[in-house]
Design a protein around this ligand. Structure first.
Ligand code: ADE
Length: 331
C-alpha cells in the first residue's frame, strides 16, 4: 500500500571527532561502525541493490561554533557534556528540507529513556518512507531541540551504551529486513520469531540423527498439515516457557478471537488480522476490542457487547492520534 523502499539519513553522527582528536584509534573504531555493520551482508546488499538507502550526517558539519564544538557544559551542573541545540537542529533541518512533504517520516532519538524497541515497532517504522535516527553522545542532547524535532524516543534495552550508533544500527537492521525484497525470501520475514507474537518453533537440518538425537518424526512425514500443526504447537510451548510475557499477550489475543468468532461475519476482517499474525491488541475490556493492523497502521474497533458501549473518547487510549480507524460498530 505504501511506498517504503528507502531510508535516508539514518544517523546524525557526531562527536566522534572530538574524542578522535585525542585518540585516533577511537576514530577508526567509530567510522568502522556503519560500514562493518550495515554495509555488509544482507543490509549491504540491499543498499547496493537500492532497496534501501542509508546515509550518515555529521552534526559537526553544522556547528556555527568557530572551534567546531557541538557540546557544552549542562546548566545546573552535572557530569559530562551535552550536545547543543543549534548544530543538532540545523543538521536535522538540512535533512528534512530534502524530504518531500507527502512522505511519511519519523525522527527517532535513540536513548535509554525511550520506549523499548520491539518487532511491532520495527513493523511500524518499516511502513515509513523516511527515517531519521538521531544518536546522542556525551550525556545527551539539549532538551529544547529534542522537543522540536523528535517524533519517537526509542531504547534498544535497559542498559546504557557509550553512544547511540550501535542502537541505531540495531534498529536499521531490524527495520530494513522487513522491506520487501531485502531478505530475498519473503517467507522468512513472515514466519520468523515474533510473527504473530509467538517465538519460532525449533528447527532441524540434516543429518536426521546427530549425537544420538533424532529429528522429530513429524518433520520427516511429508504431511504438511501435521507439520504446520506441530510447528504451531512448538511455537506456543516455546513462547510459554521462554517468554511468559509474550505468551500472556498471545492468550489474551486468542480470547478476543473467540469473542469475535461469535459474530464471525461481522468481525471477519479482525479475525483474519489475528489469524495472519498482524494484530496488535490495544484494548480489550468493557465488551470492546481495539486492534491495530501492524502492517498498515489501521485500527479496528469492535463492540462485542453493545449493551456496554461507552463513548469512545472516554478511553484512555490516544484515539485522537489514530491516523485511520475502521470503526466496526454496525448495530
Ligand atoms: N544510547 C545509549 N544507550 C542506549 C540504549 N540502551 N538504547 C538506545 N540508545 C542508547
Amino acid at each position: 500500500m505504501w511506498l517504503r523502499d528507502r531510508w535516508k539519513y539514518i544517523c546524525c553522527r557526531d562527536c566522534v571527532k572530538r574524542r578522535v582528536d585525542n585518540e585516533v584509534s577511537c576514530f577508526d573504531a567509530f567510522s568502522g561502525y556503519g560500514d562493518a555493520g550495515l554495509m555488509t551482508s544482507i543490509t549491504g546488499r540491499a543498499v547496493q541493490q537500492k532497496k534501501i538507502d542509508i546515509d550518515a550526517v555529521n552534526i559537526r558539519d553544522y556547528t556555527q561554533d568557530k572551534h567546531g564544538r557541538v557540546d557544552d557544559y549542562p546548566y545546573g551542573g552535572g557530569a559530562g557534556m551535552l550536545m547543543q541545540a543549534q548544530p543538532v537542529y540545523d543538521a536535522c533541518q538540512s535533512v528534512m528540507e530534502k524530504i518531500p512533504q507527502n512522505k511519511k517520516k519519523r525522527v527517532i532519538y535513540v536513548t535509554p529513556q525511550g520506549i523499548p524497541f520491539t518487532q511491532a515497532k520495527a513493523r511500524e517504522l518499516a511502513a515509513q518512507d523516511e527515517l531519521l535516527l538521531l544518536c546522542g553522545h556525551y550525556e545527551g542532547i539539549d532538551e529544547r531541540v529534542l522537543e522540536e524535532v523528535v517524533t519517537d524516543y526509542i531504547s534498544i534495552g535497559d542498559y546504557v551504551l557509550t553512544g547511540g550508533e550501535l542502537a541505531a544500527m540495531v534498529i536499521v537492521d531490524a527495520v530494513a529486513r522487513l522491506v520487501p525484497g531485502v531478505l530475498g525470501n519473503e517467507q522468512s520475514a513472515l514466519t520468523e520469531s515474533f510473527h504473530g507474537e509467538l517465538l519460532e518453533h525449533p528447527q532441524y537440518s540434516r543429518p536426521d540423527v546427530w549425537h544420538g538425537k533424532k529429528v522429530p518424526e513429524v518433520l520427516l512425514s511429508g504431511n504438511q498439515k501435521h507439520i504446520d500443526a506441530w510447528k504451531k504447537e512448538q511455537s506456543i510451548l516455546r513462547t510459554k516457557e521462554r517468554r511468559p510475557d509474550l505468551y500472556a499477550r498471545y492468550v489474551r489475543l486468542q480470547e478476543c478471537r473467540q469473542l469475535l468468532m461469535k459474530q464471525k461475519l461481522l468481525h471477519i476482517d479482525m479475525i483474519e488480522l489475528i489469524n495472519r499474525g498482524r494484530a496488535q491488541l490495544l484494548y480489550f475490556g468493557q465488551g470492546q476490542i481495539l486492534l491495530k493492523d501492524m502492517e498498515y497502521e489501521i485500527y479496528f474497533h469492535a463492540c462485542v457487547d453493545p449493551s456496554r458501549f461507552p463513548d469512545i473518547r472516554t478511553w484512555t487510549l490516544p484515539v485522537e492520534k489514530i491516523p485511520l480507524a475502521v470503526l466496526h460498530q454496525e448495530e
